[in-house]
Design a protein around this ligand. Structure first.
Ligand code: FAD
Length: 381
């Protein structure tokens, strides 16, 4: 058993017994991951849900039925309970498996299509996404509209049979690889309230007029991008939900984006390494204890998502506390490994975690914004 599975066992034990279905699925995933590591299909890494991009691995997961697990069978899903999906995701992240290629499709685009998509959109996109073959990027943020999404300026003008889109998006993860973007676009008066002026559109990234410019990161990788649209045609059949209904739809989507175990497991391979290293370390115990609490909160939100609710406030709490925890885990690891002879594997995981940490509390919505959401809910702001 690897250090990662040992450590995940510790916090799962603290959560009490699980159903036979969940236990069976965990065993299958672990066996798969062990084989994948042995064959070289995956290399354990920190932040694997955003940094580990492997279409080959995604297609393999799709073949095993681990993408779109909760979706209806007719769309390539398994109609699995959300708790089973939660356990599968947890195993993949704890092992540091490269799941980034299909991540957005599985986490939020698929559920959005099920809520708001037309039958033709579902028939086309969902089965391909569940097979791990078709990838989406998320086009919300713009140069002057990150925290304040209502300020989106990318604009679509009405033309026969559809719309033409002009403007730009930024920080778009994996736009250079994605087949489609789910973009939030202004289709109404710029002076109007966001609730009536924004629309979600599915944009084919191979369409003429789309330019993608990757942004170089601290460690030399190019994971997120600037994307420019120059009169890009989007047919009416690629509008998601209601034209003008984008604001409400995006708020629902952010519930999926903010509450999952990826908001506190990005550094888990490092934590597991600390817990498993000879002699252990008291800091590892504290980190595992915090994970137990975060996991309980996140699993509870997953239950609400499965019930088709949009738990914006609990999701914001998980996002804020979870990403703060991730940063604390990097600090604890740095302090500990700085005072001992860390093996090369552990030092490598720390280096990965350190270079990716600046984005933890920003991506998916900055911490200050999460706290603002919570404070407003209690009438404190
Ligand atoms: C690794 C990474 C991947 C990303 N991937 C994507 C992606 O795929 N698609 C996508 O659309 N976006 C993506 N983003 C963008 C991310 O959602 C934004 O960075 C985030 O929403 C913050 O927006 P901003 O960068 O414009 O910062 P700003 O909104 O300019 O905020 C800067 C700082 O000011 C603070 N601030 C802003 N407004 C307020 C306020 N009202 N009150 C208090 N404080 C405030 C913020 O908390 C933050 O600390 C990604 C970001 C990162 C780091």
């Amino acid at each position: 058993m690897s250090a990662a599975t040992d450590a995940i066992g510790v916090f799962r034990e603290a959560m009490g017994p699980e159903s036979a279905d969940i236990a069976r699925e965990r065993t299958l995933v672990r066996e798969f991951l062990r084989d994948a590591a042995a064959s070289g299909l995956m290399v354990r890494q920190c932040d694997s849900w955003l940094s580990g991009y492997s279409p080959e691995f995604s297609r393999e997961l799709g073949r095993h039925g681990w993408i779109g697990m909760t979706w209806p069978r007719r769309y390539g899903g398994r109609e699995a309970p959300s708790a089973v999906r939660f356990a599968v995701i947890e195993e993949l992240l704890a092992a540091g498996a490269p799941v980034a290629a299909h991540w957005f499709a599985d986490r939020q685009i698929g559920p959005s299509l099920l809520r708001h998509g037309t039958p033709a959109q579902r028939d086309f996109f969902l089965p391909r996404m569940a097979r791990g073959e078709l990838y989406f990027c998320v086009g919300m943020s713009e140069p002057d509209a990150g925290s304040d999404l209502g300020a989106v300026r990318t604009r679509a003008a009405r033309v026969a049979g559809g719309w033409t889109v002009s403007g730009s998006k930024t920080w778009t993860s994996h736009a250079q690889h994605a087949h489609h973007m789910l973009a939030l676009v202004r289709t109404g008066d710029a002076g109007a309230r966001p609730s009536g002026a924004l629309t979600q559109m599915i944009i084919d990234m191979a369409q003429p007029g789309v330019t993608v410019r990757p942004i170089r990161m601290l460690d030399g990788r190019e994971h997120f991008c600037e994307v420019f649209f120059d009169d890009v045609f989007v047919p009416d059949t690629r509008i998601l939900g209601q034209a003008g209904g984008g604001w409400g739809q995006v708020l629902g989507e952010l519930g999926f984006e903010r509450s999952g175990p990826e908001r506190f497991l990005s550094t888990f391979p490092l934590i597991a390494g600390l817990a498993g290293a000879a002699g252990g370390h008291p800091a590892a115990g504290e980190l595992i204890a915090r994970i137990v609490v975060l996991r309980a909160m996140s699993a509870r939100v997953a239950g609400h998502l499965g019930a088709d609710e949009a738990p914006g406030i609990p999701a914001a709490i998980v996002k804020d506390l979870g990403t703060r925890f991730e940063n604390d885990s990097v600090d604890a690891a740095r302090e500990w490994l700085g005072s001992c002879d860390a093996d090369a594997g552990l030092a490598g995981l720390l280096e990965q975690a350190q270079t990716r940490a600046p984005g933890f509390t920003l991506r998916g919505g900055a911490s200050e914004i999460m706290r603002d959401i919570v404070a407003r809910a209690w009438g404190l702001a």
